[in-house]
Design a protein around this ligand. Sequence first.
Ligand SMILES: NC(=O)c1ccc[n+]([C@@H]2O[C@H](COP(=O)([O-])OP(=O)(O)OC[C@H]3O[C@@H](n4cnc5c(N)ncnc54)[C@H](OP(=O)(O)O)[C@@H]3O)[C@@H](O)[C@H]2O)c1
Length: 305
Amino acid sequence: MNILISGGTGFIGNYLTGLLATRGHTLTLLTRKVRTSSNPSIHYVQWEAHSSNAASVLAQIMTTIDAVINLAGEGLFDKRWTPAVKHHLMESRIGTTRALVNAMKSAERKPSVLVNASAVGYYGDRQNEIVNESTPAGTGFLADICVRWEEESSVAAAFGVRVANPRIGIVLESNGGALERMAIPFKLFVGMPLGSGKQWLPWIHAADAAHGIAYPIENKDFSGAYNVTAPEPIRMNGFCAELGAALRRPSWSFLSVPEFALNVALGEAATSLTGGQQAVPQKLLDAGFQFRFPILQAALADIYP
Ligand SMILES: NC(=O)c1ccc[n+]([C@@H]2O[C@H](COP(=O)([O-])OP(=O)(O)OC[C@H]3O[C@@H](n4cnc5c(N)ncnc54)[C@H](OP(=O)(O)O)[C@@H]3O)[C@@H](O)[C@H]2O)c1
């Protein structure tokens, strides 16, 4: 298949493109930077979703594309959430999605499927509730982003494109994402839970995340929103204990970084650390998806051998 990927140059995209290229797909990666590829099945196309030539860049490519994967978006936790930053975080996702959907609409020959990222943040903070794909959206900025992101992508369904929205959990690998940041204090022997420690972490190993995001590409009956999380979420306290064990470092579970300190340091973004979701990937499980790392201990043992 010819697959167009936006946001394919990032942390998750790295695993996803590796997976899809080894499965024989040809990949066109949209990027804002000048990049060259040494892999003959991966091509880069430079673009900016908001630039005046975005539509013509996409128009040239779209008729040759069989599937589109959209992961693009500014890093959610790179800056404090001021109103201007929040606007940019939202627009970097919605604007990109809209540009892709418009290009699909205009294309004479349309891709058959759009896999448009979303996140477990869709559900907001759910305390101890078990969350699956039929659980309604929650509240808060991350939930608002996810709702609008999914809505924008669903426009493509109206002109016959199958749309799937992976609600991605916290993707784990050592060289990026949340785990790289979380591991730093552990490596310095000061690892401890954040907040109450009771909040749920809907984690997923990067290899399973890549397979889960790619799933609708090769499974033609699969559509709609679905959780890309491991079948066994864990609370923050348990996660830190496992992380400490994997790194052969202590986890000071009787201590914790208090919520007020997180609020002072991070502002509104702290809510994504102090709250959580006990999300289960019901749709993938029902479809027979095989998780390579269903248990956190095995996932961390793979990441930190
Ligand atoms: N990592 C996680 O645990 C996780 C969990 C749930 C959901 N997600 C979502 O999944 C997506 C990918 O996550 P990631 O961790 O791989 O992110 P990442 O490493 O920050 O990569 C982001 C990608 O988006 C592109 N991008 C950034 N800002 C953009 C903009 N203004 N316009 C167009 N493209 C832009 C970048 O491409 P160029 O720089 O090459 O243009 C890059 O390829 C994100 O939208 C994220 O919110 C991630």
